[in-house]
Design a protein. Sequence first.
Length: 309
Amino acid sequence: MITPIKNRYDFVVLFDVENGNPNGDPDADNMPRIDPETGHGIVTDVCIKRKIRNYVETVKEGVEGYEIYIKENIPLNRSDLRAINSVSKQEGSEVSGSDSEDATTKKLKELKKDNPNIDSILRDYMCEHFFDIRTFGAVMTTFVKGALNCGQVRGPVQFSFAQSVDPVVPREITITRVAITTEKDALEKKTEFGNKFIIPYGLYKMEGYISANLARKTTGFSDVDLELLWEAIKNMFEHDRSAARGKMCVRELIVFKHASELGNAPAHELFDLVKVKRIDEDKPARSYSDYEVEILKSQLPDNVEMIRM
């Protein structure tokens, strides 16, 4: 039997982008997200989680227990029905995705009446089979009229928004293409113009948290899952290349391992031990070598181990 992790973890990830758009903002014509008051670049936690999901789906394709719940073109109801049918078969009944809404609701209510604990059974099924639920949690209340649901799971792994170390300056690059869209346009012109937004260079810092307490009480997130998470973070850009995103690399993964389940120091104090500064303030940064990273190991609290991956 796989046991949940027993130690709390906090971690810092440093990644950079070169001549690309790390996370477009749909409210601003897909230009790179920035803090309008400081000019610092922003990458959302949802963006990072998507890349981790994609990596796990790629390397664990077909492996039981490592499916992905939130994925493109797969309705959440479909995965929820799998869990419901797995349990309902044991009760001598089955819910079909082709049933009408009222018929589905009736079957679900009957199933719940026969087994009052079925919600928790369904939640455990989803955690066991889907890596991203076991890791990040999920809201799995997709059926109508409150008939039945697979629970709301608070995941043990959470990320902050990533923020650039220095302000970034997005640039709009005009591009041309020879592929004309319509026959009519082809009679009038030989090229078309477009544009793309890039950041010449930006180094981003993201902070993360892993709760052993939630892993034990809720999802069962294990040491095996933890190793896969570290692997996914380190390699999340390697199988997610795009001309729009430019060159993106994870440069540092700095992990703080606590000696206990609830932790031995506040997370913000550990994060403050990681210092990132530009070597030459008089010129703009254009590569990772323009920065230096220092970790104040002498100030590391007792019962907290620092692992630099």
